[in-house]
Ligand binder design. Structure first.
Ligand SMILES: Cc1cc2nc3c(=O)[nH]c(=O)nc-3n(C[C@H](O)[C@H](O)[C@H](O)COP(=O)(O)O)c2cc1C
Length: 325
């Protein structure tokens, strides 16, 4: 599986839909864009071509879709339908989510306690998928040989690459990511490893690669706060320096425009609120900016209110540290 550049945008529910992916593309792009997680049951039983969660952007290539579920037949059916759309370059199965709907159903990271079921799901998915197939997982709990067993399982099931979010499910987001485990997994895996967890600056991204030997770096929260972080990473690696940050009010305006052009007003307002929650965390008074902007009832008013705040404030240097979750 060859990525044009090794920086990957993480799948994030309510956030990484087509408009956000195109926003990232407009600000320099990344090596692989992810959809939000897609519920296998819904995809398998409906028409994904009409589903806004499965929509393609205009510039977000290569594009990966992520499926969450626990029934091998249903998951394979969902992948088959997504593949038939012809919109996705990479297919990903979620073994990492430990909150919300997946946690309630025993999907996502909960499946790490059921390796036999995971094996069945991956085999079935691999059978129907022609394109590159990845999993995204947290660190499985267990004795020392657990990592080795998982490395073999993934390889035998024909998985092409692994994203490891370097936390145990029980860590949630409460303790720092365990980059030492990435290093250990890199030594064990016969397939490429994409490291994930706590990259809060372009410098962190380069450091994760150097310290762990991973083949790519996935960025989640920092990309929500700075959708241009991937181009900063490319610039840093090429020149050793960081470019000036963009005008944040302009980024906010562009995102508003993308939503207005493609999403009905009600949904656009909801999507913009999620976006504002993260962009505002760049600023000391971000919680205030967020609550004030979200009080506006139209997309236009929200965009303008937020633009007013961010254009009067200055963007701090990296690293970005989210203070609301
Ligand atoms: C708001 C939010 C939504 C997320 N949704 C998903 C998801 O749909 N699928 C998934 O595999 N991980 C999801 N994650 C986890 C991220 O993909 C990523 O693994 C995690 O944030 C760690 O990376 P980071 O430290 O760069 O943020 C989500 C994380 C956040 C903060």
């Amino acid at each position: 599986m060859n990525l044009p550049i090794p920086w990957v945008m993480a799948p994030m529910a309510d956030l990484t839909h087509a408009c956000f992916r195109d926003l990232v593309a407009q600000w320099g792009g990344c090596g692989l864009y992810f959809t939000e997680m897609l519920n296998a049951r819904i995809v398998a039983s409906s028409r994904p071509e009409k589903d806004p969660y499965c929509a393609a952007g205009l510039k977000d290539r290569p594009r990966a879709c992520q499926v969450v579920g626990d029934d091998p037949v249903v998951v394979a059916k969902a992948f088959e339908k997504l593949q038939a759309l012809g919109r996705f370059d990479v297919f990903n199965f979620n073994l990492g989510c430990c909150r919300g709907m997946p946690a309630r159903y025993g999907w996502g990271a909960a499946l790490l306690q059921r390796p036999q079921r995971v094996r069945e799901i991956l085999r079935e998915a691999r059978r129907v998928l022609e394109g590159p197939f990845m999993v995204k997982m947290r660190i499985p709990e267990g004795p020392n040989e657990t990592a080795q067993r998982w490395a073999e399982l993934l390889h035998r099931c024909g998985v092409d690459a692994v994203v490891l979010h370097a936390r145990y499910p029980r860590d949630l987001f409460k303790r720092p990511a365990r980059w030492d485990v990435l290093k250990q997994w890199k030594r064990l895996l016969a397939i490429p490893l994409i490291g994930n967890g706590d990259v809060f600056s372009p410098q962190d991204g380069l450091r994760m690669m150097e310290e762990t030997g991973c083949d790519g770096v996935m960025i989640g929260r920092a990309a929500l706060m700075r959708p241009w972080i991937f181009s900063d990473l490319c610039h840093l690696r090429a020149t050793g320096t960081l470019p000036d940050p963009p005008n944040v009010a302009h980024v906010v305006g562009q995102y508003g425009l993308l939503l207005r052009q493609r999403v009905p007003e009600r949904e656009a307002v909801r999507r913009f609120r999620h976006f504002a929650f993260w962009i505002c965390q760049n600023y000391s008074y971000g919680a205030y900016y967020y609550h004030k902007s979200c009080r506006a009832s139209t997309l236009q008013a929200m965009v303008e209110t937020l633009q007013g705040f961010v254009s009067r404030d200055s963007l701090p240097d990296y690293p970005v540290r989210p203070f609301m979750m």
